[in-house]
Design a protein around this ligand. Structure first.
Ligand code: UDP
Ligand code: MG
Length: 317
């Protein structure tokens, strides 16, 4: 059996060697062979140099992007280049401990196509923990697929799943959703949350909010439907209000003090309209990016020999 380990790296210079040593130590007595594919996602530090010093080992491959394209693009590039019968995707910061790999393989041999590690949120800031929990409640009520808190990108996927994922060529990639959407036989095993080895997380609050919005918008058009219903209800209430006021005018004549109702209805309707426009705008933005058909990433340098490797838009599958 041949395993591909895919590691997206952004500003991970201090972690690369540590991760590499941990992986090789863990896997040295295992009965399978493997390759490690590091994807340098346009890091400004010397992540690439660190990867290159390892790449004379023939189990180390690398792909280096021309700029930062994001973790989703990095994972996609890794999956496209993976030769393995199975792939394991893991972070470079050792938050995804390599000693789980043999366990993942064990489950694969039991017939699972996706073996997912689900982390708990011990030791995480309350201000990240609470909104996340709330978010998953919200998203699972609105999206057709079921997303679970703590299930991230740390997982083993079989060749069947890799090919299924590669067949989705959408530009806006929300991999958490994509993994769920493709389906296949899946098992989830828990693991303890660990702190990152060196450096700090690239995902700040705004990036996380972006990610959360993407999660909702990438998988259905229910928010548009919501606008429709909300608009309908507001229209109905407004009509009712107009009728009542009109009847009152007929019965008692016009009485001037109406400032509060006037201002509140203008503000309320304005708010509803802007919000709905915003949602529609988000979808149009997504359509805009999809229609451009741009590649997901541009490769500047790689040691993987393969034809047609220049971009994420290759039609090799
Ligand atoms: N990462 C990446 N491109 C980016 C941001 C992050 O490839 O633009 C990688 C990063 O090097 C790490 C993984 O994605 O291997 C997770 O990132 P991070 O640890 O910053 O996120 P967190 O663990 O806090 O969710
Ligand atoms: Mg991390």
């Amino acid at each position: 059996m041949f395993l591909s380990i895919i590691v997206p790296c952004y500003k991970e210079a201090d972690n690369i060697e540590l991760l590499y040593n941990t992986i090789t130590n863990t896997l040295k007595n295992e009965p399978f062979t493997y390759e490690i594919i590091f994807i340098n996602d346009g890091s400004p530090d010397n992540t690439l140099e660190k990867i290159k010093t390892l790449s004379h080992q023939n189990d180390v491959k690398f792909i280096s992007f021309s700029r930062n394209f994001g973790k989703e693009a990095a994972m996609l590039a890794g999956l496209k280049s993976a030769h393995g019968e199975v792939a394991v995707i893991m972070d470079a910061d050792l938050q995804h401990p390599p000693h789980y790999i043999p366990t993942l393989i064990k489950y694969y041999h039991q017939g699972y196509d996706q073996v997912v590690l689900k982390r708990n949120r011990n030791g995480e800031h309350l201000f990240r923990k609470l909104p996340t929990q709330l978010y998953y409640k919200l998203i699972n009520n609105s999206v057709d697929i079921n997303l679970t808190d703590g299930e991230g990108d740390f997982r083993l996927i079989s060749r069947k799943v890799i090919n299924a994922i590669l067949s989705l060529n959408e530009y806006n990639r929300f991999s958490k959703g994509i993994f769920e959407w493709v389906g296949f036989n899946k098992i989830t095993i828990p693991f303890e949350n660990v702190e990152r080895a060196h450096g700090k997380s690239s995902f700040n609050l705004f990036k996380l909010i972006d990610y959360a919005v993407d999660g909702i918008l990438s998988f259905n058009d229910k928010p548009l439907r919501l606008c429709f219903y909300f608009g309908g209800v507001t229209l109905f209430i407004s009509l009712l209000y107009i009728m009542i006021t009109f009847i009152q005018i007929l019965r008692h004549g016009i009485d001037t003090p109406g400032y509060f109702t006037l201002i509140s209805s203008i503000l309320f309707l304005g708010g509803v309209q802007l919000f709905s426009l915003g949602i529609i705008g988000e979808y149009i933005g997504k359509i805009y990016y999809e229609t451009k058909q741009r590649p997901h990433f541009i490769i500047e340098e790689t040691n993987i020999v393969k034809n047609n490797q220049q971009s994420g838009n290759d039609d090799e599958h």
